[in-house]
Design a protein around this ligand. Sequence first.
Ligand code: ZN
Length: 281
Amino acid sequence: MALPPSDADARRANAPVICYPNEGLPKPDLDLYRRARMNAQKTDEVLVPARDAKCFEVTAGHFFRITSVEGPQVGDLNLWNREDLSERFYSGKTRALHGTHLTTGERMWSSFPHMRPMATIIDDTLGWYGIDEYGGSVHDVIGTRCDPYTGNLLSGSQYHHCCHSNLTRALADHMGISLAEAEPAVHDVLNVFMCTGFTRDTGQYFMKASPVRPGDYLEFFAEIDLLGNLSACPGGDCSSEHSSDVAACYPLLVEVFAPDEDALAGWESPARNGYDRSHGR
Ligand SMILES: [Zn+2]
């Protein structure tokens, strides 16, 4: 290992600078969304079975809520533009803009070249959790999604109910396409209810028992027409392991709500990103 230079301490003492100060982001009008939500009527519900995934659709300007039912359970969420699956949730950019974990007022952003808010969190019953003594917090955008390839790499396993496979099957069924066509559209997730962080000493990704209890929910406002896909992770509450059938697992409930017709007067679905895409040519 290289020896530290004589000014190593001074170099380490440089103050951090926030990469993307997010004061400049367009602000969601949470008051308007919440007023519209008050009289919204339920139009659909989907019960996602344990160790499986289901798709659901939400029209722009409507709401969807993910609720823990029966027992503590973590969910892996994918979002696409319902009309164009090439526009999908961009976990890495969302992390860069909002930090490692999302809560009320923060947004799920879409991939390039669209890069606009897809959904805004309007309510989070686990918002009280904050950041615990291990650096853990809830609803992360740092994990990817549990998948059979990593399991195979680490232990030679062939496990078929990781979130990646669950999301692939659900998308194929919903779209009427093959697994091979569906799989490339599956992407890194919002880990709903999952409690995670990085160890301070080794910088490794960790998970711990989720604080979620039946009745807890995370609720979103759909900024564009959405196709959602939620997997009830085989990790259950992620207190021990995933990528197996060992953990206790429970279903997750998705409910969709439509506001009154004029409840969102003045609101417009966000336009695609304004960069001209000439890339210097
Ligand atoms: Zn999972």
